[in-house]
Design a protein around this ligand. Structure first.
Ligand SMILES: [Zn+2]
Length: 474
């Protein structure tokens, strides 16, 4: 507790932490009032109309053993007061922590959103960005698989040595030292904490100005000024809001799991909204209009992709598949590129009112070079090969349908070389193309089935002859 209070005090008062302060007067629609928690062992749900106060937000794994939930039939009971004994351990820990920090209000999704009211869920889930962003502090119960696990009881601090530093200015600071053995164990642990495997908790981690994460062996502080050891992605998100980092985040996101796969886009809608506000870019079912060429170039990562039955959405969006995906264009794979396709328009049909939420369908109209798969390169000649092509189908390899290649971009980090017997320089390059199939319902309409990369050189332009067509991707 002293450590947490120390961190909060530094973050509240140090000038360098000015960026951590939120100035908004936003409050969630409902919060848990913990005023009577310690003495009377009850809390109650309150509507916040006209209120302005600090609140703490909880990030947690629901797990399967749910106890008290706010529903249409329990909301009156929640308003009049719930005995703390009815609540799971994680909630009780969060209530205790809120009171001990001298705060009165706490936000927990399963208590503050009416769980069987679809409309309430839609309205409140759209508020997630503001709820976590504006929280006084977000408490992440990272070590719990389930709400019954609690996060304080099982938390073992490990061996920490506290040192008080007296600064020349007269102020004093506490620093904590942990053995490198424990530290390295913790860092390994941090990637495996149950909370980090859940889909919804990614934005709960990235949005708050400051958060404390309870692991099994250590607790970690992260604020915008001073982040913890396991928050590299957070740093990216806050300091470099570029496309590259959106893609990096999505790669990580698709490795997390969701209880309801239809939440694929809603669970990051807060992040998408924030990204859109910052960049003024147009959201296209998990991709962005400016930079669409790079965003379209995703492929399956380690593991398999599946197509969920209960989800529509365009074939070109990673959000229409389940399983880990990787992008071709990443931080580790910088390329200078020339674009082969021209994007003309996109049209997204939403399922709900949330522009960053579930998608019914979506089209991209574009003009680009199209040729049947696959390029036949002449046989091996001399010392090298003339060309090499590798395809990655999203699902199983298609045999019955005619597959086309649609060139999206070409790598222009080309190597010019003198080839014996060839006049002039030979330029090597890679073409990255989508694999698409024609839909019988509409002659100009195609669906994505995979990705392909062709490494070749300028001697074989003719092998890559393609017709430039205007098509619609669905
Ligand atoms: Zn701070």
């Amino acid at each position: 507790m002293a450590r947490l209070q120390g961190w909060l005090q530094i973050c509240d008062t140090e000038p360098s932490h000015n960026i951590c302060q939120q100035s908004s007067v936003f409050m969630p629609s409902r919060v848990i009032d913990t005023a009577d928690a310690l003495e009377q062992q009850t809390v109650k749900l309150v509507e916040t109309t006209g209120m302005q106060a600090d609140y703490i937000a909880l990030s947690h794994c629901w797990g399967t053993s749910q106890r008290f939930l706010t529903t249409k039939s329990t909301i009156d009971e929640a308003r009049s007061g719930i005995s703390i004994s009815l609540l799971p351990e994680t909630f009780r820990d969060a209530i205790w922590l809120t009171s001990k920090l001298g705060k009165r209000y706490l936000w927990i999704d399963s208590l503050c959103i009416v769980q069987d009211d679809e409309n309430d869920w839609l309205v409140e889930s759209r508020q997630m960005r503001h709820i976590y962003w504006n929280s006084y502090l977000t408490v992440a119960a990272s070590n719990g698989r389930d709400d019954n696990d609690g996060f304080l009881r099982s938390f073992k601090i490990g061996e920490l040595i506290e040192i008080v530093l007296n600064l020349p200015s007269g102020a004093s600071r506490r620093i904590y030292i942990q053995s490198t053995k424990a530290r390295s164990r913790y860092v390994i642990e941090s990637g495996e904490l149950p909370l980090d495997s859940r889909g919804w908790t990614l934005q709960e981690r990235l949005l708050p100005h400051r958060a404390v994460r309870y692991g099994t062996m250590s607790m970690e502080w992260a604020c915008r000024y001073q982040e913890g050891p396991a928050t590299g992605i957070w740093n990216d998100f806050w300091h470099l809001r570029t496309h590259l980092h959106w893609r990096r985040m999505i790669e990580q996101y698709t490795r997390r799991s969701l209880t309801y796969e239809r939440d694929k886009l809603p669970a990051i809608s807060g992040l998408a909204e924030m990204f859109a506000d910052t960049t003024k870019n147009k959201y296209c079912a998990g991709l962005w209009w400016e930079g669409l060429a790079e965003d379209l170039l995703w492929t399956k990562g380690s593991g398999i992709l599946t197509k969920p039955k209960d989800r529509n959405g365009p074939s070109w969006s990673w959000a229409s598949v389940d399983g880990p995906i990787d992008f071709v264009m990443t931080k580790n794979n910088p390329m200078t590129v020339a674009y082969e396709s021209t994007f003309i328009d996109s049209d997204i049909k939403l399922k709900t009112q949330n522009p960053y939420g579930e998608v019914e369908s979506g089209t991209i109209t574009l003009e680009g070079p199209l040729r049947p798969l696959k390029v036949i390169f002449p046989e091996k000649h001399g010392v090298g090969r003339f060309g090499y092509q590798k395809e990655w189908f999203d699902f199983e390899k298609l045999i019955s349908e005619e597959v086309f290649e649609l060139d999206i971009l070409r790598n222009t980090d080309s190597i010019r070389s003198d080839v014996p017997g060839v006049e002039g320089p030979v330029v090597s390059y890679s073409l990255i193309s989508l694999l698409i199939v024609k839909l019988t319902s509409n002659p100009d309409t195609f669906a994505r089935v995979g990705l392909c990369r062709t490494d070749t050189d300028s001697r074989f332009e003719r092998s890559l002859a393609a017709s430039r067509l205007r098509i619609v991707l669905v």
